[in-house]
Design a protein around this ligand. Sequence first.
Ligand SMILES: C[C@@H](O)C(=O)SC[C@H](NC(=O)CC[C@H](N)C(=O)O)C(=O)NCC(=O)O
Length: 380
Amino acid sequence: MVMVRIFPMAANSSLRLSYVPSPEAAPRCRSSFTATRHVLSIAPSRRAILFHLASVNLVDFRNWCSDAPHAQFFGIKSLKLKAEMNDVVVNSAGNLARVSTTVSQEDSLDWVKKDNRRLLHVVYRVGDLEKTIKFYTECLGMKLLRKRDIPEERYTNAFLGYGPEDSHFVAELTYNYGVDKYDLGTGFGHFGVAVEDVAKAVDLIKAKGGKVAREPGPVKGGKTVIAFIEDPDGYKFELLERGPTPEPLCQVMLRVGNLDRSIEFYQKAFGMELLRKRDNPEYKYTVAMLGYGPEDKNAVLELTYNYGVEEYDNGNAYAQIAIGTDDVYRTAEIIKLYGGKVTREPGPLPGINTKITACMDPDGWKVVFVDNLDFSKELE
Ligand SMILES: C[C@@H](O)C(=O)SC[C@H](NC(=O)CC[C@H](N)C(=O)O)C(=O)NCC(=O)O
């Protein structure tokens, strides 16, 4: 049996809820912690089902908590956890509608590593959607995956890439009605596209009338053959010569003012792995590759530090990277724990219902975390 305390909340009709296991339930849980704490010690996928897939009926939640097979989760692991769920809101229909958590740094590092994270898409603004779609499909060999028009918000999105969105990193172009020009700023670097033959790719792009900003040849200070081209809005694409890869759209390069600060933030707050760091003193810059898996199979973030440059203008053209997570609520708490600025509190997007949370990295680059299950529903 589980005792439930319900506290009316002053500001709205929601109720604040606190679960306290009864004396009989406590031994089964092997600790005297409250059931609210225990909930945080269960596998993220189960929590996701509980709190984030949909609103959960209060009776089902109570039954779930007192159900013997789940009680195994309430054991030793929960003793180690300092995490505490501090606010469960029950809406007027009796459904659990929102959960906010407080987590320790120690636990958060473990959790983010286990979360199912992947770079989903990079979002940026373009002045002429059809022109860009033509350029990406004809010059870069991308496919137009989907398009959505949101007339009430006066914008259209087009998703382009080298494979389906459920398994590939893709470009999400945004066209805002009537806006044909954006400021790229100085902080945005480029997108990376892996090709097997850079010279051949450049020839094709030239034949199609595309702009080549840097002819094919080994990168300065290295061996990889690269070239730079520009799309119709001036976004740079670095073509990188590599063998066949499942993820040709492979990099987003952003400039940062303090590389070690960024690496720490991306590792701790976003759970990314530092895949490699390379200093190029001859050309006075250092790059760090960060992501959720090896570079040959996954898209990565390339953060570049130019010696002595601590600030950039981020412009208004590049928007953000979206990352999948099993739990936007916990993600937001962890970002805050490491000093990240959450610019959109976790919760469902009006109209779409996909749960997201947004934040800024230390240089003001926006990152959005998207609920994995909601995202797959969006793609259905
Ligand atoms: C292989 C991989 O490491 C690269 O391609 S790095 C590309 C290189 N990057 C930079 O120079 C970054 C610093 C630069 N000042 C900036 O802020 O963009 C690059 O662009 N090389 C140019 C070249 O012609 O080789």
